[in-house]
Design a protein around this ligand. Sequence first.
Ligand SMILES: Nc1ncnc2c1ncn2[C@@H]1O[C@H](COP(=O)(O)OP(=O)(O)OP(=O)(O)O)[C@@H](O)[C@H]1O
Length: 620
Amino acid sequence: MGVVVLAMLGSLAVLAVAGPLWWGHAADRPDPSAVLQGPTGRHPLGTDHLGRDLLARLLASTWPSLLPAVAATLLGAAAGITLGALTAVVGGRARRLLGAFVNLLLAFPALLIAMFFAALFGAGARGAVFALAVACAPGFARLTQTLAAGVAGTDFMVAARVLGLRRHRLLLRHVLPHVAEPLLLNVTVAVGSALVVLSGLSFLGLGAQSPSYDWGLLLSQGLERVYTEPLPAVAPGIAIVYAGVAFQLLGEVLAKTATRHAAPRHAEEPAPPPAPAGRRPASPDHVLEVEDLRVALPAGDRTIRPVRGVSLALRRGEMVGLVGESGSGKSLTALALADLLPDGARATWNAHWFLGADVGSLTRGERHRQLATGMAMVFQNPASAFNPALRIETQLTEAVRAHHGTPRDQAVEQALVQLRRVALPGERRLLRSRPFQLSGGQRQRVAIAAASMLRPDLVIADEPTTALDVTVQRQIMDLLRRLRRDDATAILFISHDIALVADTCDRVLVMYGGTIVESLPARRLADGARHPYTRMLVASVLDLTADRDGTPPTVEGPPPDAAGTDPGCPFLDRCPQRMDRCAVEGPVPTLLAPGHEVACWRPLPLAAPPGQPETEEAET
Ligand SMILES: Nc1ncnc2c1ncn2[C@@H]1O[C@H](COP(=O)(O)OP(=O)(O)OP(=O)(O)O)[C@@H](O)[C@H]1O
């Protein structure tokens, strides 16, 4: 197809350049003796009303026909794509405004807009070009908006936001390359349509003005006598179709090759990754502290409160598990901590400290930078956490390049070091790969390598092993453990898999109905849990040491009210221990033993060894 396109476009280019030189003179020479002739040996397409040779005019007008169509399409596409792509990276209100503006423009038919602006700008080729650009921009904006919307909520965009990339970088690196293929196709196809519209404008007397002429004008002149001499009208029509098909095929060829050259090449010199300096938590121990974190979300005509007063703290090098059934608010808690809540969601807190900085008092830019360099996220689905259009190299290196100004060569070498750390062989070949060329396990290892690139103080891993098989799960857990051991990185490990959490974490936070109902050392989970929900959760997993199939644990009974307005305990309806007080007063977390807190008015007694009565004192 490439060869065919090359031949077609080459012939058009030759005609465009050589046409005026070779046939320009014949095209403009009137011949009163040969007015309005049909096709003859001397004039294969006949002559016009001044006796000028129509074939010469057709060939000589290649350039003035193609140039305005290409120029109008490029101008319109540039304006429309910029407008549409902005919607993927701006905030909620600006996005709605931009959307409304595009809708307004689209409310008018493109041809009407083109005619209106052509009349406004004045009849002539230049006016027609601008008019057509204005007319086709909204279509490109809508297309880009739709394509970009598909990208905006993806994990790789969230991941890129976690890295704190600026809007223009998000736009250029992640949104545009991802939507480039259909856009390129549409731009080139639109050149063909632009040719037709320009012909229409010329036909209406709003395009090329005599004595200049283009295929559109020749077509309209030919149409006047199409019933007696069809060739003078058919020939410019064929020229328009030929050029249109050439551009359409060009679109397809370009679309196939567009994403192959997105990433730069890397250099050879190895260099150790420098550790970022100058970040110190206020308490040397705590990386993150949050108190009474709440998240409210609009859901239809009401507001839901999926997170209702979460307090937690993570020490340097500590691995803390966050467990709870589906919908308990684990992911929203993580997203609120990373300042990545979806549009419309609102987070509030009493205190929120990250690396010694009061997050609430930072400016937006400072907050993004602090979170981007100090925190990394590993998502559940490694397939969607990467931008499929970009090479692994680009995705691994862009954060250090953006935040630390690391030169590309050095960033690439850091990426190689990180890939070796996560035990991925053939790391140079891997850097040149695209995400779809890797297996699920490889992708998750690359995700951990990417998370380690900035040497973050905290990694939030949101169900990083759920989509993987058991063997790969173990390898990924080993990597997370190594990350925490080697770099003293704190890890918040979100999972349904309480057996895995009990096995790998230091502490476990049990979430229910948007609150943390119990916090205890992981080794105490099997026999030391005191909250009825934790006990039921543990009981729902038959054996904490058994092999896991990734099925989330289930607890019988209705889930808590999503609105979160009931005053009592969220576990009330499912609790076998409930008392009258539980319905009217939410339980406050109470310290039962060092490192063990329970939010329950009537915590269960400790499970006793077989043959002995249950006791409350054993632990304390
Ligand atoms: N963007 C959103 N808009 C409306 N409701 C949402 C949104 N995101 C989450 N929710 C709701 O908030 C509640 C908590 O969601 P969240 O994803 O934090 O739960 P989770 O504990 O992480 O669940 P899972 O383990 O299934 O991921 C759920 O009821 C969910 O339906």
